[in-house]
Design a protein around this ligand. Sequence first.
Ligand code: NAP
Length: 226
Amino acid sequence: MKTILVVGADRGIAHSICLMLKARGERVIAACMGAGDSLLKADVEVIGGIDITSAPAVAMLGGALKDKQLKLDWLLHVAGVLGLDELGRIDYDDMRRQFEINTLGPLRVVEVCLPHLDAGAKVGVVTSRVGSLGDNGSGGMYAYRVSKCAANMVTLNLHHDLSQRGVAVVALHPGMVATDLTKDYPGTFNYIQPEDAAKGLIARMDELTLQTSGQFRHANGDTLIW
Ligand SMILES: NC(=O)c1ccc[n+]([C@@H]2O[C@H](COP(=O)([O-])OP(=O)(O)OC[C@H]3O[C@@H](n4cnc5c(N)ncnc54)[C@H](OP(=O)(O)O)[C@@H]3O)[C@@H](O)[C@H]2O)c1
């Protein structure tokens, strides 16, 4: 049985990841901004009130892990937001908000979890293909693209620092997933369900090793360009 922390688990993909990992017999700890009621009903351990933009709240998460004397096998950081914008009407306050959540959030969380990540542990950060420099063929979505691009850099940097300690790190793209995050996203896509994204992301974590650390992987198994 693995001990797995999933961050941002109130809804969407992270919520499905928690339920799936619990069903296969792992010890799942869900860090939620809310109370995580539906996860509690599924016997998932919940650490509530964790807003990843808040240093005191993230410190509280660290305190809870310490109290539980946890060593994490996996840390999966999934929390994120998408705010749509366009050139000429950029809301710089909202851009800062997305940067706080999408970029600084995973860094804050991983930093506070360091004492709980020994050699052999794995860290997955859900960023987005939209944050890929090499894959940007359409422009737009300044705040989301910039914050997720920087999240990719955070993740690659974490790989360089943590793989030396025996901790493998991967940046993950879940695919185009039908969640609250994408409900107002313009255009028509073949959205997959959160359960399908969760299955793929868990498979990528299962196969992650120190040898494959430092990659950017699609939930479907493809390796993505940064
Ligand atoms: N859906 C897609 O197609 C897609 C594609 C590429 C990448 N992604 C990435 O996948 C991740 C999950 O997205 P999703 O589709 O599952 O979105 P979602 O259904 O909107 O869920 C987002 C989750 O992040 C949490 N969250 C937001 N701000 C937070 C904060 N400040 N502190 C703690 N938790 C916070 C939310 O908690 P609350 O419920 O409490 O707000 C919620 O649990 C995100 O990082 C997103 O960028 C998604």
